[in-house]
Design a protein around this ligand. Structure first.
Ligand code: NAP
Length: 250
């Protein structure tokens, strides 16, 4: 049980835990012995998952200051914050982009991380062994056509991660960025506004990562000894060699 270093288990908050990578991470960290607190907007889903894995849940919208405050008020401590809530909306070229989508992406992927991290930093520092994990993306490294809004948001959050690591130097908080490539989750369904057929075509003829593969990377990072910081991990499927370089069979 690596989540338990002293008499009580380490507490991990996972945002966006109602599906995909967040749900898999909550499940995995609970298995590793962490006390897990799940946040997302779909309250029923996180309640169900939390009761299955022996954790707690509270509704959370990372774009809403009051919701973040109410969520954090339920915590008496925090050792690990997994900033996972996020995603993409649309795949239109810049000339056709709806900037309301960009605003939503920035609010969730960038400001959401800032809101949660700011709110929980005092507790993370006070824990004496805090850890902030941010789920970024290969999109934070490689721009691709149609990706501008999402690319800009993930490049942006990557900058925040780099700044945080320097600002926290000397304090007992590690900062890790996990940057996956294609993972089969609800990501594409959300990106294509509920168009399931278009979403399934994204993974046609290739083997994407599973949410559990990414949870595995996060679990590895947060279970290293305290003096070890996994700075950044880019994890891609074997069938993917870049943001848009994908090997498809048939
Ligand atoms: P997903 O299945 O769509 O999960 C996204 C999660 O974020 C959901 O639990 C959703 O919950 C939550 N969320 C969205 N907006 C939120 C908000 N305002 N407040 C709180 N929670 C919110 O997709 P996923 O692939 O697991 O995505 C997780 C992270 O991985 C995202 O940051 C995404 O950008 C990143 N990522 C994904 C891929 C991929 O290919 N799948 C690749 C690289 C990076 P509710 O809707 O219930 O709030």
């Amino acid at each position: 049980m690596t989540g338990s270093r002293s008499s009580r288990p380490r507490l991990a908050v996972i945002t966006g835990a109602s599906s995909g990578i967040g749900a898999a991470t909550a499940t995995r960290l609970a298995q590793e012995g962490f006390e897990v607190v799940l946040g997302a907007r779909r309250a029923e889903r996180i309640e169900r998952l939390a009761s299955r894995i022996g954790g707690r849940s509270h509704p959370l919208d990372v774009t809403d200051d009051a919701s973040v405050e109410a969520f954090c008020a339920t915590l008496d401590r925090c050792d690990v914050l997994v900033n996972n809530a996020g995603g993409a909306i649309g795949l239109e070229p810049v000339e056709e982009a709806d900037l309301a989508d960009w605003q939503q992406m920035f609010d969730t992927n960038v400001l959401g991380v800032a809101r949660m991290t700011r709110a929980l930093l005092p507790a993370l520092v006070a824990s004496g062994d805090g850890h902030v994990v941010v789920v970024g993306s290969i999109a934070a490294h490689e721009p691709y056509p149609g990706g501008a809004g999402y690319n800009a948001a993930k490049f942006g959050v990557r900058a925040v991660v780099g700044v945080l690591r320097q600002e926290l130097l000397g304090r007992p908080v590690r900062v890790t960025e996990i940057d996956p490539g294609m993972v089969e989750t609800e990501f594409s369904l959300v990106r294509f506004r509920g168009d399931a057929e278009r979403a399934s075509r994204v993974y046609e003829g290739m083997t994407p990562l599973t949410p559990e593969d990414v949870a595995d990377c996060i679990a590895f990072a947060v279970t290293r000894p305290s003096h070890v910081n996994i700075d950044q991990m880019i994890v891609l499927a074997r069938d993917q060699a870049g943001a848009r370089t994908v090997h498809r069979r048939g």
